[in-house]
Every structure is written in structure tokens, then in C-alpha cells.
Design a protein around this ligand. Structure first.
Ligand SMILES: NC(=O)c1ccc[n+]([C@@H]2O[C@H](COP(=O)([O-])OP(=O)(O)OC[C@H]3O[C@@H](n4cnc5c(N)ncnc54)[C@H](O)[C@@H]3O)[C@@H](O)[C@H]2O)c1
Length: 358
């Protein structure tokens, strides 16, 4: 399987994992000569180019897009139109027009689009999904998801203070894909409306809370940005309350942060007992027996998902519709922030049934 990679920050990490998993990384792209040099060292034999259209001549089976956060759609459309399978980092799109263009490109292409949402496949999120799918906590009605960094103020300013870099120019709601994608994957629902609130009105860029109505009647509350108390499970904490119980990742340090607490009240038990227990996720091993670090599990699973699309004709793990839905929550959330936190409806075509999913 011949893979190309655009953007060699996160992209270099993904490229090295591609090689570890036995895929052939044949070409990489970055405008930055320093990053290309780093890639040449880590990925000997891969062609290296500074403009992504040059990758269209490399007979790729798949491309991994890890360029700037807010510039993925044109590349996704171009590679899909060239028949190359796409694995794209977030965001999938930055407005409704791009969302429609991406959905149309996915529909007309023989290749597939996968959203590179490793947060859907982190161990604690997967374990909550297993518990929900087994019917253990009933119908899920309230989900909370955090994506939080507890950084020092000067480190935050260093990260998001430069308006020339994508981290400095994106809206404070934009990076909600790591919270919304797990919510959508767990429920199979689509978002219908979002209200967004700055945590600190005196410093609205730093952290936001969003309240998202889902089309299955449920509600999601998501927190992201820079707040103290970051979770050790790769900055992610996830909770699902059902009609018969609760499953949520444990607010603990270290390895225990990947575990899940399951709580069921006595009224749900024929014997009248409360159940409150902690479960550890099953570890993931590579074929050579090496254990995958928990924080890399999501990455391994999305790359294996891409391989399954290319080699086995499997459907994408996270296809374009939930990808644009999660991304457009960030767009609608930004509008809500500008309009005094009023609820903003999502476009009709993201609501379930309005788009013909093949
Ligand atoms: N899923 C995750 O866990 C995770 C983690 C980190 C980053 N990301 C995502 O990966 C993407 C990149 O993030 P990053 O931290 O590596 O950012 P970054 O700014 O460090 O790296 C982006 C790289 O892309 C290159 N680039 C941008 N546009 C280009 C173009 N048109 N042609 C050639 N090169 C181009 C830049 O020169 C830069 O080297 C973002 O979408 C981000 O959200 C995801």
C-alpha cells in the first residue's frame, strides 16, 4: 500500500506509524525545508516535495493529510477526485460550502474519505462504547467530553498567540472534533443545535463549553481548550449517562485515567444492590507482540482502518458525514460565541436522514 503524507509535524508521527504497521510511505510533503530534512532521516527512501499537487503523480493508494487545521478540504477533494483514499486530520471543513464540496467529492469518488479521529478509538472511549453497546447503562441521554490542556499561561500564549499560525487563527470552538467525534460515534446521532460559552468572559479564547443537542433527543456537553486539571488519558475525559446507569473514564492520574467507572443504582438490580466498579481497557498488541502505548491506540486503529479501506474495500471508520458534522459544530459554536451564546442550528444536511449515506 503506497502512502503519501502532507504536513510533517503530526504527519511525521503518522508516517512513522504507517511504516511500523507495514505500509509503504513513498512520498512526503512540507513547505518547510527543516521538516523535510527531518522526514528524510526518519523515512529513508521516501520522495520529498514542497508542494502537495506533486503527490498526485506518485501513484498513491492513500494520502494522509496533516497540513494546517483549517486547510484540509481542498486537498481532500483533489485526492478523492484523483481516486486516492484520504485520511484527513481535523478539521474536515471550515464552513458549510466546504462541507458540501467534501460530501459531494466523497460521493463521486471510487476512493474513500476517513477522518483521522484517533479520539474515537482511545482505550477509555472504546470501553465506554462497548459498555453502551452491550446495553449495560440503557439509552444514553447525557454525554460529557473534555479535551483539555492544563498549561501555564505563557505556554498557552506561545501556542495560540501567533495569528500567522493555524493554532492562533482558528476559532476557540474549532478544535471540538476530539470531543464531538466520540459523541457522534457513541450515539450514532447527529448534532442539531449548539450553544457555546466562554469559560472566562474576560479571556474568551482560552477555553469554551459547548452544549449540543443531538437528533436522538440526547444532550452533549463538551469542554475544550486550556483549563487546569488536564486528564492523563491524552487530554481526553469521556462520560455517558444512560437511562439505567453511568459509564465514564476515571478522573485519576497515570494509567488509571484510561479506566472506566460503571455505576448502576440498586433499582436497576433484581437483587437490590448498587454496582459501582472500575474496569480497565484490554491492551492492544501489534502482530510482533509489542504492546501499543494507550495514547497511540487511536492512531494505530485509524491507520489500520485506512488500510482496510484500501486493501479490503471496507467502509471508513469515521466517514465524511460525521466528520463534517463534528467540524460544523465548531463553526456554529463560533457563531454562538459571537452572538452572546445563543443556540445556533446546524445545517439541515448534517441532520440524520437529510443526506443519503451510502
Ligand atoms: N489527532 C491528533 O491527535 C493530532 C495531534 C496533533 C495535530 N493534529 C492535527 O494535525 C494537523 C497538523 O498539526 P501540527 O501540530 O502538525 O501542526 P504544525 O503547524 O506543526 O504542522 C503542519 C505542517 O504542515 C505544513 N504545511 C501546511 N500547509 C502546507 C501545504 N499546503 N503544503 C505543504 N506543507 C504544508 C507546515 O509547513 C507544517 O510543517 C492539524 O490539523 C492538527 O489538528 C492532530
Amino acid at each position: 500500500m503506497r502512502v503519501g503524507v502532507v504536513g510533517l509535524g503530526m504527519g511525521l508521527y503518522l508516517a512513522t506509524w504507517c511504516r511500523r504497521l507495514g505500509m509503504e510511505v513513498v512520498a512526503v510533503c512540507d513547505r518547510d525545508p527543516g521538516r523535510r530534512a527531518e522526514a528524510r532521516e526518519l523515512l529513508p527512501g521516501a520522495a520529498s516535495v514542497d508542494e502537495w499537487p506533486a503527490l498526485l503523480d506518485q501513484r498513491l493508494d492513500a494520502v494522509v493529510l496533516a497540513n494546517d487545521f483549517d486547510e484540509h478540504t481542498p486537498l481532500s477533494v483533489a485526492f478523492l477526485d484523483a481516486g486516492v483514499h484520504v485520511l484527513s486530520e481535523s478539521a474536515a471543513c471550515v464552513d458549510e460550502q466546504q462541507a458540501r464540496a467534501l460530501l459531494a467529492a466523497e460521493r463521486r469518488s471510487a476512493a474513500t474519505y476517513s477522518f483521522a479521529e484517533n479520539y474515537v478509538f482511545h482505550p477509555h472511549v472504546q470501553l465506554v462504547r462497548t459498555i453502551v453497546e452491550a446495553g449495560e447503562i440503557g439509552r444514553v441521554t447525557l454525554i460529557e467530553a473534555d479535551y483539555l490542556h492544563g498549561m501555564a499561561p505563557d505556554a498557552v500564549a506561545g501556542l495560540i498567540g501567533d495569528p500567522a499560525h493555524w493554532r492562533g487563527r482558528i476559532e476557540p470552538t474549532a478544535y471540538c472534533t476530539h470531543t464531538l467525534s466520540p459523541v457522534l460515534a457513541l450515539t450514532g446521532a447527529m448534532p442539531t443545535e449548539v450553544a457555546a460559552f466562554p469559560v472566562d468572559a474576560a479571556d474568551p479564547r482560552t477555553a469554551v463549553v459547548m452544549v449540543v443537542r443531538l437528533d436522538d433527543g440526547g444532550l452533549a456537553i463538551t469542554r475544550h481548550g486550556f483549563l487546569q486539571g488536564e486528564p492523563d488519558s491524552h487530554w481526553s475525559w469521556f462520560s455517558a449517562r444512560g437511562t439505567e446507569g453511568l459509564a465514564e473514564s476515571v478522573r485519576a492520574t497515570g494509567e488509571r485515567a484510561w479506566s472506566v467507572r460503571v455505576r448502576k443504582e440498586s433499582w436497576t438490580d433484581p437483587g437490590g444492590n448498587v454496582r459501582d466498579e472500575e474496569r480497565e481497557p484490554a491492551p492492544l498488541f501489534l502482530p510482533d507482540g509489542t504492546r501499543v502505548e494507550p495514547k497511540a491506540e487511536g492512531t494505530v486503529r485509524i491507520l489500520e482502518g485506512l488500510r482496510a479501506c484500501v486493501e479490503d474495500g471496507r467502509p471508513p471508520l469515521v466517514p465524511a458525514l460525521p466528520a463534517v458534522a463534528a467540524s460544523l459544530v465548531g463553526v456554529a459554536g463560533a457563531r454562538s460565541l459571537r452572538e452572546n451564546s445563543r443556540p445556533i442550528p446546524l445545517p439541515d444536511f448534517v441532520v440524520r436522514g437529510a443526506y443519503p449515506v451510502s
